[in-house]
Design a protein around this ligand. Sequence first.
Ligand code: BES
Ligand code: ZN
Ligand code: ZN
Length: 481
Amino acid sequence: MNITLERKPLEQVEADALIVSVFEGRKETRFGAADLSDAGEVAGKALETTLLHHVPGVAARRVLLAGAGKPEKFTAAEQRKVAATAVRFLKPKSVKKIAFVLDPEHAGGDYASAAVEGALLGDYEPDRLKTGDDKKSVEAFTVVAAGADVDLEEAVRRGRILAEAQNFARDLANEPANLLTPSKMAGAAQKMASEYGLECQVLDRAEMEKLGMGALLGVAQGSAEPPVLIAIRYRPAQPASQAHLGLVGKGVTFDTGGISIKPAEGMEKMKYDMCGGAAMIGAMRAIAQLKPAIAVTAFIPCVENMPGSRAQRPGDIVTAMSGTTIEVLNTDAEGRLILADTLVYARRQGCTHLVDAATLTGAIVVALGHLNVGLFANDDAMRDRVLQAARSEGERMWPMPLEDDYKEYLKSAFADLGNIGGRWGGAITAAMFLKEFAGETPWVHLDIAGTAYLDDAKPFLAKGPTGVPVRTLVRLAMEWK
Ligand code: BES
Ligand code: ZN
Ligand code: ZN
């Protein structure tokens, strides 16, 4: 999609469709819409869409009145949804060239970025492997800002970079496990890194053995596909501080559960068990272009969790890189095992602050549904930084408890830790397990099992991977002080 900015009165903009936001309680009388407003057809309700043809005095072929809700509640997150909904509404009608008018009262940089993001995120379809010729997508998207004086060019560029990175993560996440093995994931990371000037290193099984990553390797041993640990490095030209942010993402390319095998129903969704890793690769793609003043390294352990004659068994005891022994009571609690070694590795690589993202537990979906990411932290300041970034980006996250008393749930009779707790508080015991390996390093864990993919499409987003939390991570790096 070609993204541009035009500074013109909206009447003069040439386009197949001109999108204009209409607000609740602010009667729309332009475009001959007064009657529709009086009749209640144009009420400005959030995500309402009314398409007008041949509007006199307007150069565009169509005008889409896009409901934006109450003006006082109209945040950049709402803007993103409005643009995405409008694009998804117009796209099936073969509309190719769209112009989006920024509301004069909401015309700052964040709103311009959000409009662009909405367009790109809304246009996205996870249809790479469909062979039909009926795929439709928007070719051009113009942000129209009549008199605004802020630097919108930069905001439009930022929005494009962010949304393209998020869509890149979605594409990666959506690849089926036969096509995206751990080695292929490493290949995709290397390709991205060389395109954007980042350093990328891929550790193989032998190197991980040398490092003593027994927890990660135990998960990998059941698969014919070899494991990899991807490290992608960004270093600023002029660092603003000594801080070094580590981004750790779960990259289980398929999770059968291993010997503690999952039920067949819905198992196909476990191709999404690398969404955390995909988000980190996506975030690095944007970071390479936006160039924050902080050093950032992404670490993505990639494995396939399979049953088989070589697979680890319940009751096996493995030794993590930290020396901690772990009794593997359930082979389906594999994410925490591969993250344990990776967190320790990230700290040894000099990371001063850590964020991990993982489709870690079904329990977080029970707790928070599909709306909020579960956020756990061992440090209040770090928690607040991430929450602040998430709020600015409209990626909803909810703080969860992580008190030391929960550690009791992870007791093992035969090793330092068991890899599962009991029946209750499953998302918390998983986080508590990771906390052991984050040590004293300020760390935030994001459980994205409920938010990394949509089971059903929304008016503003296709079914499938969402690309959460790419934007939050990029903003966290950009706003680091
Ligand atoms: N990948 C799953 C978690 C998951 C569940 C992600 C549903 C997305 C949707 C994870 O590896 C897992 O299997 N977790 C187990 C842990 C249990 C064995 C303690 C779970 O949540 O059931
Ligand atoms: Zn599992
Ligand atoms: Zn898993």
